[in-house]
Design a protein around this ligand. Structure first.
Ligand code: SF4
Ligand code: SF4
Length: 111
C-alpha cells in the first residue's frame, strides 16, 4: 500500500497521479500530490516505478496501512526501493539481468 510521498524529493511531475489505476492521488495547487484515497491502493507499485526521483514508498503489505518514518525509509534505501530492484532509473540493472534471474532459468523454474 502506498505509504508516503517525500515532499523534499518530489518534483511535482504528477506522473504518479497519471499512472495510478485506482485514482489514489489528488493533484494540488502546490504541486505535490496528496494520497487522498489510500484504502483504494492495490499495491501495484506503478506510482513508485514511474516516480523519476524515488520520492515514493509502496509497502508490500496490501492489507493495512503502516506508520512509516521518511528518514528511516531513506536510510534503508526503501524510498524508490522497488524501482531500484526492478532496475528502472539511470544506471540501474534491469531485473532480467540480475543474477537471480539466471539462477531461476538454470534451475528450470522459467523455461
Ligand atoms: S501502488 Fe498502484 S494503486 Fe497504489 S497508489 Fe501506487 S499506482 Fe496507485
Ligand atoms: S511521480 Fe514522484 S516526483 Fe512526480 S509527482 Fe509523484 S511523487 Fe512527485
Amino acid at each position: 500500500m502506498i505509504e508516503i510521498i517525500s515532499e523534499s524529493k518530489c518534483i511535482s511531475c504528477n506522473l504518479c497521479v497519471s499512472v495510478c489505476p485506482t485514482n489514489v492521488f489528488d493533484r494540488t495547487s502546490g504541486g505535490i500530490p496528496v494520497i487522498a484515497r489510500q484504502s483504494e491502493c492495490q499495491t501495484c507499485f506503478m506510482c513508485e516505478l514511474y516516480c523519476p526521483v524515488d520520492a515514493m514508498y509502496v509497502s508490500p503489505d496490501a492489507e493495512s496501512a503502516q506508520v512509516v518514518d521518511e528518514n528511516e525509509l531513506e536510510q534503508a534505501g526503501l524510498l524508490g526501493g522497488y524501482r531500484e530492484k526492478v532496475g528502472w532509473g539511470p544506471g540501474r540493472t534491469p531485473v532480467a539481468k540480475h543474477p537471480y534471474m539466471y539462477e531461476l532459468t538454470t534451475k528450470g523454474a522459467i523455461s
